[in-house]
Ligand binder design. Structure first.
Ligand code: ATP
Ligand code: ZN
Length: 225
């Protein structure tokens, strides 16, 4: 395979999915060394390049076929898919399979002193989130009007800072909510990591390599079950 024909896989540079993504690829026999300063890591034994980027950039990179594969949270994938639908832009990617890490839920949460009965209790409120599309879809389904407060980080401090009445954020144990005087009221989306592939033309060599990696992933995940 020539240099330009190397398979490109996007993984999160640093965050909750990084270690597990690298571990998964290594357990599939992909050998590589990471240089923290570098965006790209070349595999030593296979024609594969790893692109280490922010997780939010991964679905777009795959959908625009800048890379062939991506390992990403379903929450971020779904958010991008709704965004592209809204903008009438094609989202050219398929989910190859779910993975057994990065499990979390996107939940609504309100301050402890808030008396919450049901989702309607949020009517007319301002809600801080990094996932405006997933929130909008849920609120539309429930027929609730609300105002967005779009924050890329520090969502959980928004109510205390007087920026919002409630939040819609990712939760795993609930410890962060508790530490910020919030409680979870509704789960709006359940997520785990997944591996996605661009639907744009692959060379037969690349597709064969993708098939090989996928079958190894299937083996690795099955062995852990
Ligand atoms: P980046 O700098 O890459 O944008 P980030 O801060 O957006 O990183 P992380 O907090 O590392 O992202 O989370 C990455 C993904 O890990 C989430 O989108 C989600 O799929 C998953 N995840 C699992 N548990 C949690 C959790 N408790 N809180 C946030 N994300 C979680
Ligand atoms: Zn992110």
């Amino acid at each position: 395979m020539s240099e330009s024909n190397r398979l490109r896989i996007a993984i999160q540079k640093s965050g909750r999915l990084s270690e597990e993504s690298m571990k998964l690829l290594r357990s599939c026999g992909v050998k590589f060394n990471i240089n923290e300063q570098r965006l790209i890591a070349h595999s030593d034994n296979l024609p594969i390049d790893l692109l280490r980027v922010r997780d939010d950039d991964i679905p777009g990179l795959v959908m625009d076929s800048v890379v062939d594969l991506g390992i990403i949270g379903e929450n971020v994938l779904e958010e991008e898919q709704i965004e592209r639908e809204r903008l009438d832009k094609p989202s050219r990617c398929i989910k190859l399979r779910g993975l057994d890490f990065g499990t979390c839920r996107l939940s609504l949460a309100v301050p402890n002193e808030f008396s919450y009965e049901n989702a309607q209790s949020l009517e007319g409120l301002r809600i801080a989130t990094s996932y405006p599309n997933l929130l909008r879809r849920y609120m539309k389904k429930k027929g609730i009007t609300y105002t967005d407060c779009m924050l890329k980080g520090s969502v959980e401090v928004a109510p205390r800072a007087g920026l919002a009445d409630g939040i819609c954020d990712l939760v795993s144990t609930g410890a962060t909510l508790e530490a910020n005087g919030l409680y979870e009221t509704e789960v709006i989306y359940r997520s785990s990591a997944c591996i996605i592939q661009s639907t744009q033309t692959q060379t037969p060599e690349k597709q064969a390599l993708i098939d090989k990696i996928l079958s190894r992933i299937n083996g690795v995940v099955r062995a852990k079950e």
